[in-house]
Design a protein around this ligand. Structure first.
Ligand code: GTP
Ligand code: SPV
Ligand code: MN
Length: 587
């Protein structure tokens, strides 16, 4: 028996499913699994999938999760290195042996009465030198179908793995959805993720955040590459040139929207390569090459409309042989269509909320869960980049680090050199969102949008970023961005969405040295006249406010950044302290 088969057999012995089913990723198989989700498997008595209106949302299915299972759960997510310091203060840590003993106990018989689906899949294009062959086990049709949308699931992966022991493994069970028995455990040295108790995206689709960020970031540190929480886009300008840009924004802070933005500037067009994860390697030419290891979008539904993100609406309603899933949105009961806050048009008369109750608009509750999501194939996206399948990926000329900050952070700031660029990422903070289960709207440090996803000590991660700069012959330019500033009446100062093209234009102009920038203590900022505001009615005071450097606010921010850095003790690279101290002195 080959190592893969032996491993599957051992897991089946522990979890005791009624059946073991090896998936081949075919269309016919997906139909069968969806049928099982409609007719057989249940969560709290509800079917896993309910077909939606096929005229308006072709091949689409509605899914209601267990009511406690609606987001990532950072406090139950562990990175199990043998040594606690390797995990760092940015991760929950458990000794690997202790973690396995705990998980073995919880997993004993957890698949009784259920089917174990064996999912062979690739992260990245099979011909890419940067892709990885993986196998996940799961006991729920929702995860099997989601993985088929989000990854390249095919039988050929089994041949690729062959006799190799070294494949990426994921063991997943929803257990009985008991939050007290819910854990997401990572074993980076064994390329192994073990997850129980949740069917939600980042907790259950183990190729996504668990492998492609937490474990891959650690592999990247050892093998000299980067696994990042970044969108990848090609920004085509009126000359026809395309500049490739990667952008890190924390969860629910605008990556998917940026990834398929409909530019308001004539002649500019955005091509989508990825909306959540970038694997970046130094190519033989000394440039930074990025691939998106995924093939689908697991996106935030609320706020998505023809006005904010028309290309996503087109993606969602295109209908191909890939199914589209809507999870925890509301339901327009008359039309049998998904609905969420921020949908186009009037609020439907009859809405069922995400928990299955008749929605009462007078009660002030949300009809869709704030973290309700869709799962949809990237191949349905009208702006999909012609280089989406390029095994080498795309060459990155600019990197943006963003956050959601109502105050303080300017619309855009550019770093001055590589050390300062790394600091620009390291100093980012952002308000917490509904993408994880915690209080929303609190500013926390979130370097490079990786706080919940860096699978090792973040001090070492900053060191790794510093080293990567030395390996690059052509370093991308690096910027920090913030679309979320508000005025004293609580209104957004910057219109965002397709209007962000105006900011990307400045990025492209800087990459090609077409415009100057002005130096400030926190980095380089634009001359406002160099931002194309044609056709946008934005008061001059608002533009000035968007670039005002609030010295007192930044000194306080510097204090917070310093407190965060202190948490890493002597492991924090001196270069980061130098940058912070220089910024403080200049302020
Ligand atoms: P994850 O999938 O959790 O990683 O999120 P994401 O970073 O892809 O975020 P997404 O693009 O789904 O946006 C999250 C929320 O931010 C949505 O409700 C959007 O409508 C809103 N949003 C996105 N871009 C902008 C913007 O430029 N301005 C404003 N005001 N809101 C935005
Ligand atoms: C995020 O939370 O950053 C997401 C959704 O992209 S999840 O897959 O759950 O991580
Ligand atoms: Mn994300």
């Amino acid at each position: 028996m080959r190592p893969l088969e032996r491993w599957v057999e051992e897991q089946a012995k522990l979890t005791k499913p009624d059946r073991v089913y090896w998936c081949d990723g075919s269309e016919e198989e997906a139909r069968r699994i969806i049928e099982i989700g409609i007719k057989e498997e249940k969560i709290c008595g509800n079917p896993i999938f309910a077909p939606l209106n096929g005229m308006t949302f072709p091949n689409s299915f509605y899914h209601r999760s267990h009511p406690t299972d609606v987001a990532r759960i950072e406090h139950l997510t562990y990175v199990c290195h043998t040594d606690k310091d390797t995990a760092g203060p940015n991760n929950n840590w458990m000794d690997p042996e202790e973690a396995k003993a705990k998980m073995t106990k919880l997993s004993d018989g957890c698949m009784k009465g259920r089917t174990m689906y064996v999912l062979p899949y690739m992260m990245g294009h099979p011909d890419s030198p940067y892709s990885k062959a993986c196998v996940q086990l799961t006991d729920i049709s929702y995860v099997a179908i989601s993985m088929r949308i989000m990854t390249r699931m095919t039988k050929k992966v089994l041949d690729k793995i062959g006799n190799n022991k070294d494949f990426v493994r994921g063991l997943h069970s929803v257990g009985d959805f008991d939050p007290k028995k819910r854990f997401i455990m990572h074993f980076p040295n064994e390329h192994f993720v073990w997850s129980i108790g949740s069917g939600y995206g980042g907790n259950a689709l183990l190729g996504k955040k668990c492998f492609s960020l937490r474990i891959a970031s650690y592999l990247g540190q050892q093998e000299e590459w980067l696994a990042e929480h970044m969108v990848i886009v090609g920004a085509q300008d009126p000359s026809g040139d395309t500049t490739y840009i990667a952008a890190a924004l924390p969860s629910a802070c605008g990556k998917t929207n940026l990834a398929m933005m409909e530019s308001v500037l004539p002649g500019y067009k955005i091509w989508t390569v990825g909306d959540d994860i970038a694997w970046m390697n130094v190519g033989p030419d000394g440039r930074l090459w990025a691939i998106n290891p995924e093939t689908g979008f697991f996106g935030v539904a609320p706020g998505t409309s023809m006005k904010t993100n028309p290309n996503m609406m087109k993606t969602l309603t295109k209908g191909t042989f890939y199914p589209t899933l809507f999870t925890n949105t509301a339901l327009d009961t008359d039309k049998n269509e998904p609905w969420w806050e921020g949908s186009d048009g009037a609020i439907p008369k009859k809405l069922t909320d995400w928990q299955g109750n008749k929605w009462d608009p007078t009660k002030g509750t949300k009809a869709a869960h704030p973290n309700s999501r869709f799962t949809v194939s990237a191949y349905q996206c009208p702006t999909l980049s012609p280089l989406f399948e390029n095994p080498k990926g795309v060459p990155i000329s600019a990197i943006l680090f963003g956050g959601k900050r109502m105050h303080l952070n300017p619309l855009i700031v550019e770093g001055t050199d590589w050390q300062n660029n790394v600091f620009l990422g390291a100093r980012m903070g952002s308000e917490t969102t509904a993408a994880a289960s915690h209080k929303e709207g609190i500013v926390r440090r979130d370097p490079m949008a990786m706080l919940p996803f860096c699978g090792y000590n973040m001090a070492d991660y900053f060191k790794h970023w510093l080293n990567m700069g030395k390996k690059l012959v052509y370093q991308p330019k690096v910027f920090s961005v913030n679309w979320f500033r508000i005025n004293d009446k609580g209104k957004y100062l910057w219109p965002g969405f397709g209007q962000n093209a105006r900011v990307l234009k400045w990025v492209i102009d800087r990459v090609h040295n077409r415009v100057p920038a002005q130096k400030t203590p926190i980095g380089l900022i634009p001359y406002i006249k160099d931002i194309d505001l044609k056709g946008l009615n934005i008061p001059k005071e608002d533009m000035e406010e968007l670039f005002r450097i609030d010295h007192d606010g930044w000194l306080k921010e510097a204090g917070d950044i310093g407190d965060f850095f202190k948490g890493f003790g002597g492991r924090m690279p001196r270069e980061m302290w130098d940058e912070l101290n220089r910024m403080k002195a200049e302020l």
